[in-house]
Design a protein around this ligand. Structure first.
Ligand code: PEP
Length: 250
């Protein structure tokens, strides 16, 4: 049985002071509740301060991106070891905004996944098709291609450390959510693919999150689907009360 995972991706939002205030209030609101795994992903600048604010709490800290190299002449970039030192437990890898706005392809994402795992951090690996790909009937091929190339060289043990997020690009920040049935279809496809590659046991243990305009209104129905194990939340994770409503879905 996978403990539901609710992860908030803040993107390029919140100052250090705002991030610490959020983390402090979220921690208070969550109390000792531990039947949901809660993750927040602030911008790089706030990571260390938020890690301090969360010390001793079950809330886990994620970064939104990393560079795959250990160190060197990569101006503006941050390595896995740096994120680990700042207090991160997880890293979002392959978010669609990284793919489309920053030109990250599957091969680069694969190197980032390997760097994340080598450092002992948990990747939250994002996959998802565009509307044009879906309408052209290419959704299964696109998702399988992202999985195959993104997870290249990873072992079954690596998969055991990895969370996967299905985020249809047409649903991110658009207010247009995949229906629970549409999301379940893709989550099933992902789990079946993992089963073929790494064995049914490993596939059954892998948390597969849905992301794309998740709100307090739609979370419960999404979570009734058998292969949806949680949510990666963007816009609705920026307000403590709204994010708590999502965490406390029934
Ligand atoms: C995201 O950025 O991962 C996301 C799902 O955003 P939103 O919830 O705002 O659609």
């Amino acid at each position: 049985m996978i403990r539901p995972v609710i992860a908030g991706n803040w993107k390029m939002n919140k100052t250090i002071a705002e991030a610490v205030d959020f983390a402090t209030r979220l921690r208070e609101a969550l109390g000792s509740r531990d039947d949901r795994e809660v993750i927040i992903a602030p911008p790089f600048t706030a990571l260390q301060a938020v890690a301090e604010a969360l010390r001793g709490s079950p809330i886990r800290l994620a970064a939104q991106n990393l560079h795959e190299a250990e160190k060197g002449a990569y101006t503006g970039e941050v390595s896995a070891a740096m994120l680990s030192e700042a207090g991160c437990a997880c890293v979002i890898v392959g978010h669609s905004e990284r793919r489309t706005l920053f030109g990250e392809g599957n091969e680069r994402i694969n190197r980032k996944l390997q760097a994340t795992l080598t450092e002992g951090l948990q990747p939250i690996f994002c996959v998802g098709e565009t509307l044009a790909e879906r309408e052209a009937g290419r959704m299964p091929a696109v998702i399988e291609g992202q999985l195959k190339e993104g997870l290249n060289h990873l072992t079954a043990d690596d998969i055991g450390e990895t969370v996967i997020a299905y985020e249809p690009v047409w649903a991110i920040g658009t207010g247009r959510t995949a229906s629970p049935g549409q999301a379940q279809e893709v989550h099933r496809l992902i789990r079946d693919w993992l089963g073929q590659q790494y064995g049914a046991g490993r596939a059954a243990e892998t948390a597969i999150l849905y992301g794309g305009s998740v709100t307090p209104k739609n979370i419960s129905e999404l979570m009734t689907q058998p292969d949806i194990n949680g949510a990666l939340v963007g816009g609705a994770s920026l307000d403590v009360a709204t994010f708590m409503e999502i965490i406390q879905y029934q």
